[in-house]
Unconditional design. Sequence first.
Length: 346
Amino acid sequence: MKAIVIREFGPPDVMRYEEIPDPAPRAGEIRIVVHAATVNRVLDVAVRRGEQAQRGVELPLIPGVDCAGVIDAVGDGVTRWKIGDRVCAAGRMPLDVVAEDGSGGTGRSGMMGIKRPGGFAEKVCVPASVAFALPDALGFHEAAVVMRHCPTAWNLLVNIAGLKAGEWALVMGASGNLGSVGIQIAKHVIGARVIAVAGTRERADLGLALGADHAVDYGSQDLCAEVLRITGGKGVDVLYDNIANPKVLPQAFHALGENGRLVTAGAHGGPNVTIDFFHLYDKKITIRGMPGSRDSDRPKCFAAAAEGKIKVQIAHVLPLSQAARAHAMMEGDPGMGKIVLDPSLG
């Protein structure tokens, strides 16, 4: 099969498009013919540059922290899945041989594409316990993006912030992957009133196209003043931020109202941000950081996407052979929407 292999850290061209043996599923595993794998700024691009040593990256490596495709082989003991099933898998998973339900092994785990072969390949093996079935109405490209970002956004807004219908939600980074998904979950799934925020008018207005009630361009508008005007001086109930921009987040923080909640799973624009502690205690604000997601939410995300409540933003779909180009494109435009690699395209 063809796969992207990294044998040394460095610029995009260290990723080699190579012919390697097909992987064989171990007991309790399935093999997926990959039709989509997303490119991620930290877990792919920064890993390839050698900037994620804390994750224990081991070379050589097949990158790709997610995949969507069709099962073409199953290992011993697998009865839940069959050849031809459409599935998606991503993130942290057992590294040892485990049973179909995930039991057994030593408990060692790690992310696919970092501690075990990833989705930048024509085929990949994963434990049967970490795969999720895809609705027929959801395409592979969309499914891979949903799997990567929607459960994190869902967890932050539904489980951690406890956002309710009718409440105000301020979504930072409206044109980004987590921002655009957050807008749609807040509006179309929860029924909240949403204010989308970005650094340009064009990117802020993308939030309106996704369903936000209002859009604020902090490049030309006073963020806090505008949010307070929109909410009639009340402020927002939930601030959803995964950027930690040290110039912008303090303004957004002041837009939080009584018993407001700030939730986050990212800090690539920071990480150090100054906040007003008087506002924190006076308004009884809660700040919760929560990376990752809950497995029980993934089917809900797929269903919402299949129903059209969540539409992921895909900027480009490229053949697997153009993985290096995809990395270079992402480095050149950090604000770019999602890039998906499709091995079936070559």
